[in-house]
Design a protein around this ligand. Structure first.
Ligand code: AGP
Length: 609
């Protein structure tokens, strides 16, 4: 997830673009750049690192000019570096382009363009777009992009300028967000409204396969065939300072709501058709190596550990490979025995967690091969792994991990399904059904977000409790642990995730009216047992919030409240169940007035052991 901006008008383009990028820094901050057109020339300044490095570079090399585009990067293809940062420029130095999204067929396009003599300087997928535009450019920039768009597969929001067209900017989108800001004698483009709100509250929210040709006095909206499209200007309802949060009260709330889009981006280029096998660039394992695997060991901390626990189920159930999952901090302490042909899957949002990095080194030293499932490209854990499958969640700012968790599980599910396919551990029909279910997760996530008010009403009934139990069994024991972690870390209400099967061995002594229990009882292997657990708690006057599949008639009879989730294969329910539990924790914490994005005593990344 990156941020793009563009400006054409009477102000200094770099001033507007840098200010706009500052509002978009939450979308990515590993490198940044700006291109400006002035006096028939295109000038570009790019830096690696934070946006302030770009401001410093522009002080040393000021760019004059009132037409420009800018970009702040969240690396997906190609590590964070100056050469990989945007804008990318055509070989003749006349066209510059910024991009947010993922071009799925960039590798074949790159080969094709190289054979035609185009020279590539970066490792990015984006660079193929600017060379495609140059390939088709015959004096009309918009027409050249329209032709290039026919070759592109995947997601993009682009801004394009050319030294041949002073005063004109071209913008277009497919699956990645883009708005066109409407000013007086000036116009803007940006990845989201917050980046232009300082100068205007009027925007066009253009739709997929639509584009805009923009000058300081006009905005022409068309589809990719050049046919005019009409949109009413939208008035941005909130002030500029709410920008980075896109109108959300907290980053955590925003990131909970980003999950449908983030899931789509996680699947892009890997799984697009249930009938086709999964492809995992970066896994770096041959089919032979996958077939030879005798054990998989997951290791991680906190929320990522809970994703690893789900991963253990997925690996054993789908790929039929013996699997275990250990807390990174504990793994080293037990001096593990690592068998030959063992794969370590190391899970981490930041890719910098010290305990997890130490555990990775321990397992590697003992002979395991290592694949990491991380969010931050080129992070320490990614760099020390033999293979990396990025979750592509975009930056996660809130300390409480939400979208990273569901995408870690989704990414591990992709790996497990791929292994099952290669090892013949599942039938073609089973694999197609599973892949189809995975493809419907973004839509199911949106359905769950649309129910937020129902969950908020439940939160209002329990927010003044001081103690809670989250119960689950099987693949949803990790869901219970994760739900409890979400609540305790942002609301400071004590919450314990526990095996429902273990209640009778002690914790049931805790049950009383003042302690609420969340019981995860979606249909599956352990459903009947979960009903038994709910009845045991109710018999002792403990209030119960059930988590159940839509249409379930038994759980509403047994529990005091129900959080509903759409049905999906039980193995994937940790992804859907997580969302109402994230929302429940969020609203309880909000009702308690907590510092949700920066809870006390916590840091987003724990780089100390
Ligand atoms: C989760 O909400 C917490 N912020 C914390 O448990 C986190 O998951 C843990 O510190 C691991 O971080 P990582 O995924 O960046 O390695």
């Amino acid at each position: 997830m990156c941020g793009i901006v563009g400006y054409v008008g009477t102000r200094k383009a770099t001033d507007v673009c840098v200010a706009g990028l500052k509002r978009l820094e939450y979308r990515g901050y590993d490198s940044a750049g700006i291109a400006v057109v002035e006096d028939g020339k295109l000038e570009v300044v790019k830096v690696v690192g934070k946006l302030r490095n770009l401001s410093e570079a522009l002080e040393e090399t000021p760019l004059e000019g009132t037409l420009g585009i800018g970009h702040t990067r969240w690396a997906t293809h190609g590590k964070p570096s100056k050469i990989n940062s945007h804008p990318h420029v055509s070989n003749d130095g006349r066209i510059a382009l910024v991009h947010n999204g993922i071009i799925e067929n960039y590798a074949e396009l790159r080969d094709e363009l190289k054979q035609e003599g185009f020279e590539f300087v970066s490792e990015t997928d984006t660079e193929v777009i600017v060379h495609l535009v140059a390939r088709y450019y015959e004096g009309d920039l918009a027409a050249a992009f329209r032709r290039a768009a026919r070759d592109l597969e995947g997601a993009f929001a682009v801004g394009i300028v050319s030294a041949d067209h002073p005063g004109q900017m071209v913008a277009a989108r497919r699956f990645s967000p883009l708005v066109v800001g409407i000013g007086a004698g000036e116009n803007f483009i940006a990845s989201d409204m917050g980046a232009v709100r300082e100068w205007t509250d009027q925007v066009y929210v253009i739709e997929d396969d639509e584009m805009a040709v923009i000058t300081r006095d006009g905005i022409e909206l068309t589809d990719f065939e050049g046919k005019p499209v009409h949109h009413e200007p939208y008035t941005i309802p909130w002030p500029a300072e709410a920008a980075q949060k896109g109108g959300h009260k907290h980053f955590m709330h925003k990131e909970i709501h980003e999950q449908p889009r983030a899931m789509r981006e996680c699947l892009l280029g890997r799984l697009t058709d249930a009938e086709k096998s999964i492809t995992l660039e970066g896994l770096n394992m041959t089919e032979e190596e996958i077939k030879r695997l005798r054990k998989v060991v997951f290791t991680a901390c906190g929320t990522a550990f809970h994703a690893g626990l789900v991963g253990r189920f997925l690996m054993e159930k789908l790929a039929r490979i013996p699997a275990e999952c250990d807390l990174a901090a504990e793994l080293r302490a037990r001096d593990p025995v690592v068998l030959e042909d063992t794969l370590a899957i190391v899970v981490s949002q930041s890719g910098e967690t010290a305990d997890t990095l130490v555990a990775l080194r321990e397992l590697k030293e003992k002979g395991a091969s290592v694949v990491s499932v991380v969010n931050v490209v080129d992070s320490s854990i990614a760099r020390e792994s033999d293979g990396v499958v990025y979750i592509q969640a975009g930056p996660e700012i809130g300390v409480a991990s939400t979208k990273a968790y569901t995408l870690q599980i989704l990414t591990i599910a992709l790996i497990a399904a791929h292994f099952a396919d290669v090892r013949g551990a599942a039938s073609e029909h089973e694999l197609i059904e599973l892949r189809r279910a995975m493809l419907s997760l973004p839509e199911q996530a949106q359905t769950l977000l649309d129910r937020e008010d129902e969950v908020k009403a439940v939160a209002a009934r329990y927010y003044d409790s001081h103690n809670s139990l989250y119960l689950g069994r099987g693949v949803n024991l990790p869901s219970a642990m994760e739900g409890a972690l979400k609540l305790k870390e942002i609301s400071y209400v004590h919450a314990e995730g526990y095996s429902a099967g273990e209640m009778k061995h002690g914790p049931i002594a805790l049950v009383e009216r003042s302690l609420f229990t969340v019981a995860i009882a979606v249909k599956g292997d352990v459903y009947d047992k979960m009903i038994g657990n709910i009845q045991e708690i109710k018999a002792r006057s403990g209030p119960v919030i059930g988590v159940a599949f839509d249409g379930d008639t038994e759980i509403p009879r047994q529990a005091d409240d129900v959080l509903w989730v759409p049905p999906c294969p039980e193995l994937l329910t940790p992804i859907t169940v997580a969302i109402p539990l994230q929302i429940l924790a969020y609203h309880i914490a909000d009702m308690l007035g907590r510092e949700i994005d920066q809870p006390r005593n916590l840091a987003k990344t724990v780089t100390v052991e």
